[in-house]
Design a protein around this ligand. Structure first.
Ligand SMILES: NC(=O)c1ccc[n+]([C@@H]2O[C@H](COP(=O)([O-])OP(=O)(O)OC[C@H]3O[C@@H](n4cnc5c(N)ncnc54)[C@H](O)[C@@H]3O)[C@@H](O)[C@H]2O)c1
Ligand SMILES: N/C(=C\C=C\C=O)C(=O)O
Length: 486
């Protein structure tokens, strides 16, 4: 039986309690192995190891030495690409076609990108004139925050965990990672890579478990943690924010969304269809930036709905290793039940089911998997729960609109503020509508096109803070001003 162990102070360890939980493959619900659930002793050991590592060789490294080491980690992830691919796709059920182009390459890129950014980022300095004419020199001096707790979700496990670990380590911190209970594999495998690359013990630690009364809560409540970066549901973000308030620990929260896609009649229809197909259905709709609300200008509404339906019905459902497959299962039986409850609710709320709405017949070997049909709805009122609540599945609701003012109001009418996608060939309209979106990220004629130097984060209930490029510096370092009288 495969075991997913905690990784503490450079060693793979089980837990004092002996508690384990099952990790299952969502493709067919087969057992992948047992995960060792970290208790308070293990979380305490991980935080202490991370703290000690700050005082060891890691804390004495120059930025150039750290960056060289993290480059080795990125290169080693690429060398072990197939192992990371296999581990990620077994944990999530996502097609190789997706993970090999998004998840695993970004696992490596997240280390390289922040190293390059930091190596070239200037330090601020100001010359102050003083009455004696000699002046004073002010300069900013950044130091690591210390031990960073990284709490990550199950939808893009390696990508979203390294999106935090990369900058945290590049800035000289150490980390304790608590990956989602649904997806322990790649965070555990990264522990092997850290050892292979000579990253000092205690710099990177992994504790497995759940949230409440488990490793997640133990970690966020641990007084030895200096800051917490979290990606997950908004409600969970609120709980973690409360935990972080004790001892005034800084937080970075990347939470839920109910993202609009706005399709104007003057769009390039092929681009809009291709982009909306991806934004609504890639990764089985389990992407926080995904489009669950589509607004289409009335003159092209019928054509758009018909063409998106045709696109959805061409999606190939199947096992991850099939290179033709572009649509896998949801991450778990539990999430499947949640998404199916919204499929039922949509019909109760009066939706027209354009396509999907149920469970596909996958054959005996796979029917026990977390499979649902990709689904399109029309005809729901704007206050329908399916239009207001994040489903986080392969589904979207399409609604016609008549004016720019109307669609801006519709798009912004949500407690979330993560992303938006706008499809128009009119550049003036593109920037006008994009700037009116109450979100952290707005794509025009594109979706999930990522420049890692840009600010990433959510507005309103989609998050707090911005990471990416130099924006993460404020979170991952303490900035001191030094003033020298000349
Ligand atoms: N904004 C973004 O960048 C982004 C990216 C990916 C996913 N998400 C959001 O994440 C959600 C899906 O992920 P999920 O189901 O894993 O979210 P979740 O909030 O259920 O869990 C996220 C992580 O938090 C941990 N956790 C749960 N309760 C906790 C607690 N009380 N204390 C400490 N840790 C706790 C979980 O074990 C997991 O590791 C969706 O809402 C999605 O929109 C947002
Ligand atoms: N944070 C990022 C993606 C988030 C995806 C949400 O599911 C990224 O691309 O850096």
């Amino acid at each position: 039986m495969h075991e997913f162990k905690n990784f503490i102070n450079g060693e793979f360890v089980t837990t004092a309690s002996g508690k384990t939980f099952e990790n299952r493959n969502p493709v067919d619900n087969s057992l992948l192995g047992l995960v060792h659930e970290a208790g308070q002793p293990e979380v305490d050991a991980a935080v202490k190891a991370a703290k000690a590592a700050m005082q060891g060789p890691w804390g004495k490294m120059t930025q150039a030495q750290r960056i060289a080491l993290l480059d080795k980690v990125a290169n080693r992830i690429n060398e072990r690409f197939d192992e990371f691919l296999d581990a990620e796709c077994k944990d999530t059920g996502k097609p190789h076609k997706i993970a090999s182009h998004i998840d695993i390459p970004r696992g490596a890129a997240n280390f390289k990108a922040f190293s390059e950014t930091l190596a070239n980022h200037p330090t601020e300095a100001f010359k102050l004139d003083t009455p004696d004419g000699r002046g004073a020199l002010n300069y900013g001096h950044r130091t690591p925050k210390g031990v960073i707790a990284v709490i990550s979700p199950w939808n893009l496990p390696l990508l979203l965990m390294t999106w935090k670990v990369g900058p945290a380590l590049a800035c000289g911190n150490t980390v304790v990672v608590k990956p989602s209970e649904e997806t322990p594999a790649t965070a555990t495998l990264l522990g092997e890579v850290m050892n292979e690359c000579g990253v000092p013990k205690g710099v990177y630690n992994v504790v497995h478990g759940f949230g409440p009364d488990s490793a997640g809560a133990y970690l966020t409540e641990h007084p030895g943690v200096n800051a917490i970066t979290f990606t997950g549901e908004t409600r969970t973000g609120e709980i973690i924010m409360r935990a972080a308030s004790v001892g005034l620990r800084n937080i970075s929260l990347e939470c839920g969304g109910k993202n609009p896609g706005i399709v104007f009649a003057d769009c390039d229809m092929d681009k809009a269809i291709e982009g909306t197909m991806r934004s609504a259905f890639v990764n089985c709709g389990q992407v926080c930036l995904g489009t669950e609300r589509v607004y289409v200008e009335r003159p092209i509404f019928d054509e758009f709905v018909q063409r998106l339906k045709e696109g959805v019905e061409k999606l190939k459902l199947g096992v991850p290793e099939d290179p033709e497959v572009d649509f896998g299962p949801l991450v778990s039986q539990e999430h499947k039940e949640k998404v199916l409850s919204y499929y039922r609710l949509a019909v109760e709320e009066g939706a027209t089911v354009v396509t999907g709405g149920g469970v596909p017949e996958m054959g005996d070997a796979l029917n026990a998997g977390a499979w649902v049909e990709p689904t399109i709805w029309t005809g729901l009122p704007d206050d329908a729960r399916v239009v207001r609540e994040e489903v986080f599945g392969p589904c979207c609701h399409i609604r016609p609109f008549d004016t720019e003012e109307e669609v801006i109001e519709l798009a912004n009418d949500t407690k979330y503020g993560l992303s938006a996608a706008i499809w128009t060939e009119n550049s003036a309209r593109a920037s006008r509508v994009a700037e009116a979106m109450e979100v952290g990220i707005c794509w025009v004629n594109s979706w999930f096109l990522r420049d890692l130097r840009t600010a990433f984060g959510g507005a309103k209930e989609s998050g707090i803070g911005r990471e990416g490029g130099v924006h993460g510096l404020e979170f991952y370092t303490e900035l001191k001003n030094v003033c020298i009288k000349l």
